[in-house]
Design a protein. Structure first.
Lengths: 455, 487
């Protein structure tokens, strides 16, 4: 398989560009695929903001038999102090474990008896509650969704279970050398910035998060002005809107949660190179640089830059490390475009003896772009590729709903999905070179190397 | 490159249908055949407002199949062409499925079909290395390929205006790849690297070793990627042999789904593929063997540098030789371990908290298959998780599946079928996979067959094929990594 770079934590680029970081999926969702923005006019999407501040997006399509409803909530490590690391993830993991009128079992039974799927997950900048259902059962499935959005109860026993399991998940994630490398990278790259924390937090912080904290988190973040609910698929638009107004319109308007303070000028925790030893066969490395946020005017140029660097089989890294020298199989780059400061990272797995070579080649390849820019051909190709795959990514209803909701939540407006192709089209060689110069300066290397495992 | 969907990058620890290295064949019936269903003949029970009481009575939705209609035509040279119009979106997915994978390989060249797949886009007599990729990307499309135990697929997905350019390129690569010797050596290193990488991933190791134990004695046991030894020995001649032996039109299915017009598409495809010559010797070349499910218990432990334990328990069966049983097992595995309301998840995760994740699914190759349960747990819980998995499977075999569980499983399977067949790519994969397994038309009957499964069926088939005393158990646990330095 060509470029089998399917990373579970960092979904080969797309995810990190758009949604910044990992999600802890509570339940397995049916997997869809990437898709296309339907050839429909902008007016096909209904947008409404309720008096309490909740934003609703809804787009009907008769060409499908299913409906996806995605609720995005601003939350995550940006809102957590170091001592609270993992609070959002824990809260999300417990969201579906009970409400005042439904137990965890009842929620699962009710949803699954309808053949629907529901999940709650968390990322670096927001939490997600996803519902996927066939059109015929949407109304019934929505009842459960509304219930958990307004009335989750966080039973103590469930909280204890989920806390334990989340800690175990953290350990399991470290068993994957690439996930490990990325985790190391984020700690070293971000230093004291709130993004340094893994979404799931740490064992010692999770152990101190009691029910009171989780309930407070829920009450602070699940406020209408802090959420966007998006529905895409085959459903009765006005029926849906009416239901949302009735059930979520009564949510009290409360103040928006505030981000945790970013320590000023404390770069001492940032490191330029960090290594860990594991009893593995290959060396796994990540080389990353600062990158603009999703709402930055530099975002489109860095999207293109990322694509040229490692976003495809014609990328610099692919050609340099894989095609020319066969140094690495899994090689690529990803751009984590976040609400706050993001990063652009190249990653590779290689033989231990080649680690330094690969690391240095990555760095020189990237600084080469900063110095010399890119040529017209590769610029054009990258732009075409980005535009084409952007369209393909939205073919599935869930993916479409999530993307619309994300841009809306970010403050870019859901119409950003329509502006994106144009923004990418207007990126010039100069833009790319300038962006490379501006951002590809401070490198951070994280590596998991074969060696005796440290305790 | 497989672009993941926007949402939820799955943590590997949540059991998935393994998508690699087994690809389709091992995705399980369920994963293979997502689709909306023909609900005729099905009772649909509709309740106005579910009461959140002890039992939630399942509702089976009525919906048209997303896969209908499609047109299938077998050309004079044996090429099977399937075209499905899906005009909602201006893109097209084109898949070439070759009905040969790792199981068709001679033992000495294990990994050949996968290596071949790597070389597929690496230049023809007309296009230089990388040109194809450049062209496809330049039109805003994506190309990729994958190899499984039973077949190999080469595909592109492009905006509709690029359909026929992309098709010509794919066809060119299919018929005329040159397997340049220099490129071969470069790609060999890449493939060897890929093998090494898999050895570092606990769940990949787990699944590869599991297959080698469960399907021992058959061509299925070998890793799809091959071993470092076998791949090191593959020559250019082997590539040409593979093409000659297997890539004939009568062993290939071409699927096109998207913004195309059926008649025009079929006519164009027919004209373009006229020059492909059928090979009557293909079937004879495929390995004939019989799978004899184990009568004993087999266990294997693989030490790796891990903190958690990864367990895979498998109960072998005769795969598509007993195809009707696979539908039954699809239902059985859903009751057992799909979704939070399933027996294993409820017991091992929700009530006892001894498994971080647990799930069940099935596999159905031509001669062999299995029902599998995969779990991740803390090392201290391995014994208990294993024995409880065996216990729960035993319970199913003893009967006692409730009407409610049965109905819920069917509803979930039907809905999942719809969820996973939304996109042109997914539809193309489903149609192609079904065509190679039995016939594409059977994709439309999937939900009907699932709905016909009875509690008696579940009891009968699980009793016969899911015997705790005759299963394979493989575990990856903490210990020194024994794979390092292996050839």
């Amino acid at each position: 398989m060509l470029r089998k770079g399917s990373l579970d934590i960092l979904a080969s680029g797309e995810l990190c560009k758009m949604v910044a970081g990992r999600f802890v999926t509570v339940m397995v969702l049916a997997s869809g695929s990437l898709g296309t923005v339907p050839a429909q006019a902008a007016s096909d999407l209904h947008r409404e903001v309720l008096p309490n501040g909740l934003t609703i997006l809804a787009r009907q399509s008769a060409s499908t038999g299913i409906v996806a409803v995605e609720v995005l909530i601003r939350m995550g490590p940006r809102f957590e102090s170091d001592a609270e690391a993992g609070l959002s993830a824990l809260t999300q993991n417990c969201l579906l474990k009970g409400t005042r009128t439904r137990s965890a079992t009842q929620i699962s039974l009710e949803i699954e008896s309808l053949g629907a799927r529901i999940a709650a997950s968390s990322g670096s900048d927001h939490g997600l509650v996803s519902l996927l259902a066939t059109s015929a059962v949407l109304d019934r499935a929505l009842e459960v969704l509304f219930d958990v959005l307004t009335d989750a109860s966080f039973p103590e026993a469930e909280l204890a279970l989920e806390r334990t399991l989340l800690i175990e998940e953290i350990k399991a994630r470290r068993d994957d050398p690439l996930s490990s490398a990325f985790e190391l990278f984020q700690e070293a790259f971000y230093g004291a910035h709130p993004y340094h924390k893994p979404r799931s937090g740490y064992e010692n912080t999770l152990n101190k998060l009691d029910r009171e904290r989780v309930v407070k988190c829920y009450e602070s973040f699940y406020v209408p002005g802090n959420m966007v609910i998006t529905a895409v698929g085959n459903f009765d638009l006005y029926g849906f809107l009416k239901k949302v107004r009735e059930r979520l319109g009564t949510l009290e308007k409360r103040p928006l949660p505030s981000e945790t303070a970013v320590p000023a000028g404390d770069d001492s925790r940032k490191k330029s190179e960090v290594k860990a030893s594991r009893d593995v066969d290959r060396a796994w490395l990540v080389v990353g640089y600062p990158a603009p946020s999703l709402s930055s005017p530099d975002y489109p140029a860095v999207e293109v830059l990322d694509c040229i660097i490692g976003g495809s089989m014609h990328s610099h890294l692919f050609i340099e490390l894989r095609e020319r020298q066969g140094l690495a199989y899994q090689v690529g780059s990803l751009y984590a475009a976040r609400t706050g400061p993001g990063f652009l990272a190249a990653y590779a797995a290689t033989d231990r003896r080649q680690f330094e070579t690969v690391r240095d080649k990555i760095r020189s390849s990237l600084s080469g772009i900063a110095e010399n820019g890119v040529n017209e051909d590769e610029l054009e190709r990258a732009k075409q590729y980005l535009k084409g795959t952007f369209v393909m990514k939205q073919e599935g209803t869930s993916a479409q709903a999530e993307m619309l909701g994300l841009f809306e939540l970010e403050g870019l407006g859901w119409q950003f999905v329509e502006r994106y192709p144009q923004l990418v089209s207007s990126v010039t060689r100069d833009n790319v070179k300038t962006a490379a110069r501006k951002y590809l300066n401070r490198h951070t290397v994280a590596a998991v190397l074969p060696g005796v495992a440290k305790e | 490159m497989r672009r993941r969907r926007l949402r939820s990058p799955r943590l590997r620890i949540v059991p998935q249908r393994p998508s690699e290295p087994y690809g389709f064949a091992m995705k399980g019936w369920r994963g293979l055949f997502p689709a909306g269903a023909l609900m005729t003949g099905l009772l649909s029970t509709v309740l106005g407002g579910l009461v959140p009481a002890v039992t939630a009575i399942p509702v089976i939705p009525e919906m048209p199949s997303a896969l209908e209609p499609f047109v299938k035509k077998r050309l004079d040279n044996g090429l099977t062409v399937i075209v499905k119009e899906a005009r909602a979106v201006p893109i097209v997915a084109i898949y070439f499925f070759v009905n040969a994978g790792s199981a068709s390989e001679q033992p000495g060249v294990g990994g050949l079909s996968h290596f071949y797949e790597h070389m597929f886009f690496k230049g023809t007599s007309r296009s230089g290395v990388g040109e194809m990729d450049r062209l496809i990307k330049g039109m805003g499309g994506a190309l990729n390929a994958f190899t499984t135990i039973e077949h190999t697929a080469y595909h592109v997905i492009v905006p509709s205006e690029g359909t026929w350019t992309a098709f010509e390129l794919l066809l060119e690569a299919f018929a005329d790849s040159i397997f340049d010797a220099g490129e071969l050596e470069k790609e060999r290193r890449v493939v060897l690297e890929e093998i090494g990488r898999k050895d570092d991933m606990p769940q990949d190791r787990l699944r590869t070793e599991f297959v080698s134990v469960l399907l021992r004695g058959t061509p299925y046991e070998r890793p799809v990627l091959g071993t470092k030894e076998t791949v090191s020995g593959i020559k250019r001649e082997d590539m040409l042999d593979f093409r000659k032996h297997f890539c004939a039109p009568n062993n290939t299915t071409l699927v096109m789904v998207g913004d195309v017009s059926t008649e025009t598409a079929i006519a164009k495809i027919e004209a373009a593929t006229r020059g492909l010559l059928p090979d009557p010797g293909i079937e004879a070349r495929k390995p004939r063997f019989e799978f004899v499910p184990q009568q004993d218990m087999r266990e294997l432990e693989i030490p790796m540098d891990v903190q958690q334990a990864y367990i895979l328990v498998g109960f072998p069966n005769l795969g598509r030789r007993r195809i009707e049983d696979l539908y039954v097992l699809d239902v059985a595995s859903t009751v057992l371990g799909e979704g939070r309301s399933s027996r294993l998840v409820q017991r091992l995760r929700e009530r006892e908290g001894i498994a971080i994740s647990v799930g069940a699914w099935i596999e159905g190759l031509r001669e062999a298959g299995c029902l599998s349960v995969e779990a991740v747990c803390a090392p201290g819980n391995v014994k208990r998780v294993t024995s409880e998995v065996l216990e729960e499977v035993g319970k199913l075999a003893g009967g006692g599946i409730t009407e409610e569980e049965l109905a819920r499983a069917k509803t979930m399977l039907a809905s999942d079928f719809a969820f996973a067949n939304e996109t042109v790519s997914a539809m193309a994969r489903t149609l192609g996979a079904f065509e190679m397994a039995t016939r594409a038309e059977d994709a439309l009957a999937y939900v009907r067959k699932i709905n016909a499964v009875t509690a008696e069926d579940v009891k009968r088939v699980t009793r016969e094929t899911c015997r705790p005393k005759a299963c394979t158990i493989v575990r990856v646990v903490a210990g020194r990594n024994a794979s390092k330095g292996k050839p």
